[in-house]
Design a protein around this ligand. Structure first.
Ligand SMILES: [Zn+2]
Length: 357
């Protein structure tokens, strides 16, 4: 593929068409495609319709396809999917956005996009979804548009799949993919739902940590108990839970579960050297969130702790206990405690195994 000589005219084309690119992005940003709230289902459909219409102008066969939830867009550049002689990429993005509450924390209306000045002097776009994921999504679509308008064709075959439920865990999207997997055969996949390393440092993400959620249920007595009668004698599941959690990490931040790190590979030395150069420090990373000391393995760089190492982000919420406290039932010893739990798997390691006794 000798595409390099064409690159400069394509980039020039993007610059020349910049205002129109921005207007197309803003039109998408104005749609309140909040997937979590059923009140915005119509807006989600409107975002899907608008995107499919826009992608069709690039010569793609583009369709809004129903799922059990918000619809997905499937678009193909050659109309027949995989199997041609050229490389075929499957491109993924999502058009749904996070809710905007609480509104009082916004400096301006979240669905009225503007270009504004950042404190550091850069121009930035402010709107809900601008950086997750409508901005990235439209960057790819605009790149296709510019390439096609300059060269008359695209350099590779492309299938796009754009979902509307990423912010709610892609619940209906996974069954949709399974059911239609023949439409998504490709040589490689390109996911645009990633970010830059920093304002001036772009990043190519080649793999991501996996995530496994589980729920641990601790049952003690066969009913909730009055603490004045049973306290001290009856086992309290909160006490059991805190003992378990307290033993998960040693003093060096290492997870103590036997075999937890089995098969987790160390980074290749050249990658580790590159990562060191990025200088991720507690000051730059933790200070803005009010922390100063990394919580992970002490003999690992902070960047390894958050990108490549397996970790447990232990308890998301101790549901029943919190509900009891919310009701003001401080004197109740709950019989059962359900604890959702999350484990991050390393991108270069093995799949997570769960063993149950
Ligand atoms: Zn996203």
């Amino acid at each position: 593929m000798s595409s390099a000589p064409q690159l400069q005219p394509v980039l020039d084309r993007i610059d020349a068409d910049f205002d129109n690119c921005l207007e197309r992005l803003f039109a998408l940003l104005r749609i309140k495609s909040i997937s979590t709230d059923p009140a915005f289902a119509g807006d989600c459909k409107a975002a899907a319709d608008q995107l499919a219409k826009d992608i069709a102008t690039l010569g793609f066969s583009a369709a809004v396809r129903p799922t059990a939830g918000h619809p997905a867009i499937v678009a193909s550049s050659n109309g027949k999917g995989n199997g041609g002689s050229r490389p075929h990429v499957l491109f993924y993005g999502h058009y749904d956005v996070q809710p905007v509450d609480p509104l009082r924390l916004w400096h301006r209306p979240p669905f009225e996009p503007v270009v504004t000045d950042h404190a550091d002097g850069r121009k930035i776009i402010v709107a809900r979804g601008a950086q997750d994921d409508k901005g990235q999504l439209m960057t790819f679509i605009e790149a296709c548009r510019a390439w096609k308008s300059v060269t008359g064709t695209l350099p590779i075959d492309i299938t796009m799949v754009i979902e509307g439920e990423e912010e709610i865990g892609s619940k209906n999207f996974v069954p949709f993919l399974e059911k239609n997997k023949a439409d998504f055969k490709a040589d490689f996949a390109l996911v645009c739902d990633t970010g830059m390393w920093g304002p001036n440092t772009p990043a190519l993400t080649t793999s991501l940590r996996g995530l496994v959620s589980d729920e641990v249920k601790i049952r003690a007595a066969n009913r909730d108990l009055h603490s004045g009668v049973f306290g001290g004698g009856a086992q309290n599941p909160i006490r059991v839970l805190t003992r378990i959690l307290g033993s998960l990490f040693d003093d060096n931040g290492r997870i103590t579960i036997p075999g937890f790190y089995d098969g987790v590979k160390d980074l290749p030395p050249d990658i580790l050297a590159q990562w060191k150069d990025l200088n991720l420090s507690p000051d730059s990373f933790l200070k803005p969130i009010g922390l100063s000391i990394p919580a992970g393995e002490k003999d690992r760089l902070l960047i390894e702790q958050v990108i490549s190492r397996e970790s447990i982000w232990e308890v998301v919420k101790a549901k029943d206990a919190l509900e009891a406290y919310a009701r003001g039932d401080y004197s109740v010893v709950p019989a059962v405690l359900r604890v959702p739990n999350q484990v991050y798997a390393p991108p270069t390691g093995r799949p997570i195994r769960f063993e149950r006794d």
